[in-house]
Unconditional design. Structure first.
Length: 253
């Protein structure tokens, strides 16, 4: 048994992935067939950890190392670039939310103020990138920043002093939601699912929904129940509900 501190402190296994998207409306099976015809991993002496289709019609490839993935990426562009769109999947930097920041703090001066007033964090120019601010219903301003991993650890374990205030900070996790089907982790331009209303799960747009606002049904929890007969969840809520079990599961993931 490992201690919690050992698990948290252990290094994550780094994953090296690229996604392949068709340029000519090929199916995922056609993409995989093309890859196996054009690319020989034995000849290239690389190990393929994963080759699988994704729900959005793309294909995911995972290699054992960054060097192998870059070699594969180069060959794919050379041999299949006219038929396929190939992109190495980059890891995103973590984002933090700063609650109730002073009005003097803006996206333009946020990094300079944080560095100037918090020298104990030992951060450098370029460690923080202010993304945007937004106001809450109570007219308070929150700031979203993107930081390097080590800067995240420094900020979350210390109090952040800003102008005349000390601000509360926590991880900011957002989940991409499709406007067409209300599903997660893809855009409406990539969606291959049926249209689904986020209010009643009907096959229409939100603006065309005529269901009473007391009769909610979440399409994502409906989909979950269809594939998990042994552990069903409640569906009597909108898929836009922040407390939706499916949304909370995605945020946790």
């Amino acid at each position: 048994m490992k201690l919690f501190s050992e698990v948290v402190g252990s290094k994550h296994e780094e994953r090296h992935k690229l996604k392949i998207k068709p340029k000519q409306n090929q199916s995922t099976e056609e993409i995989k067939k093309l890859l196996k015809t054009k690319i020989d991993p034995i000849d290239m002496k690389i190990g393929i950890r994963t080759l699988k289709r994704l729900k959005n019609g793309q294909v995911l490839i995972e290699a054992d190392s960054k060097e192998e993935l870059e070699m594969l990426n180069s060959q794919l562009h050379y041999k299949c670039g006219s038929q396929l769109e190939i992109n190495i999947q980059k890891r995103r930097n973590p984002r933090l939310i700063l609650y109730n920041v002073p009005d003097a703090l803006t996206t333009e001066n946020a990094e300079a103020i944080i560095l100037a007033q918090n020298p104990d964090l030992k951060l450098q120019v370029g460690d923080i990138q202010a993304k945007y601010t937004f106001k809450t219903r109570r007219k308070r301003t929150n700031l979203i920043i993107e930081v390097l991993p080590y800067a995240r650890r420094q900020i979350l374990t210390n109090k952040l002093k800003l102008v005349w205030s000390v601000c509360y900070v926590e991880d900011y996790v957002s989940v991409n939601r499709c406007f067409r089907c209300s599903g997660y982790n893809h855009r409406h331009t990539e969606c291959r699912n049926e249209e689904a209303c986020p209010i009643c799960a009907g096959k229409h747009k939100l603006k065309d929904c005529a269901a009473p606002r007391t009769e909610y049904k979440c399409i994502n929890c409906e989909r979950f129940n269809a594939h998990n007969q042994d552990r069903k969840t409640q569906t009597n809520h909108s898929s836009l509900d922040r407390n939706c079990p499916s949304l909370q599961a995605m945020i946790t993931k």
